[in-house]
Design a protein around this ligand. Sequence first.
Ligand code: FPP
Ligand code: MG
Length: 320
Amino acid sequence: MSLMMSQPSLVESPFDYERLFADTLQTVNQRLGRYLDKDACDASLEAEGLWEAMRYGTLDGGKRIRSVLAIEACKACGGTLAQILPTVCAIEMIHAQSLIHDDLPCMDNDDLRRGKPSVHKAFGESTAVLAGDALIAMAFGLIARETPLNDKVTPAALLAVITDFSDVTSVRGLVNGQYVDILHEGKPYTPEILEYIHTYKTGALFRFSLRAGATLAGASEAVVERFTLLGQKLGLAFQIVDDLLDIASTSEALGKTAGKDQIQEKATYPACFGAEASRQTVERLSRESLALLDMTDGMPQGYDPAALKALVGFISNRIK
Ligand code: FPP
Ligand code: MG
């Protein structure tokens, strides 16, 4: 279980993610709960099961790492929580949807997620598909309807974020990443294919989270690009650690079925390069991420990357 713990931490001191970001996590969970409240959905008698499945898949559990990245990027670029919160909830809805669909029998066929039966096990397959569908469509509406406009968040900036969201949630993002992941199950693959899978399957939402945070804070194009690169590195590091944990941890600790990548012959970093080389890649990506956060040009006065740096450490050293 201690695969990442033997390494020196990249942050100055180990920290408790849940404690450090307790307020942020509470705010995000509360807002998500409000958006998925029974009264906000048309949860009439007939649709109650659908609404319940959406809440079940979205609300309980989840580390909310993408949320925290988006919020901290927005704050680091001089923005406020209010500006980014609807987008953050949209990100979590897409993330939850992608896991609901990923667990389906026609995809990874996984019965356990976030420490409980996956949505299709609890509610049935057709409801799981529809709950995911509803979450996708709802996510777009949230960004459009709920984001407060101001001098930085202009209608044009908001439109750019929504267009970007469409790209990362479709065939320039999660969907093509997942497609290529499944396509190569049990088949030969190259390191380029592996990087492609992770860049889209996981990296797309990491890039979007950081980029949206910077964009909605009114950051310059150069800064938005820098945060996009940061998202690429962190998304890749996150997925490599995920693949390492799949081998070294337990289902109980992870809240999802461990050891499945090998059984399903998935394209992963440890399978392709070995565990040690994979850990070294995570170390390199972490160092490069920290270096990006040290760059101050284009950042507002008083720029403080401490929270984002702590997140880099958490992503690289996490044990669940
Ligand atoms: C988990 O990876 C799965 C993903 C990161 C993405 C899955 C994407 C889809 C199902 C497409 C989503 C569609 C839209 C419209 C956004 P994993 O299987 O490696 O991780 P796991 O061990 O947590 O299952
Ligand atoms: Mg899976």
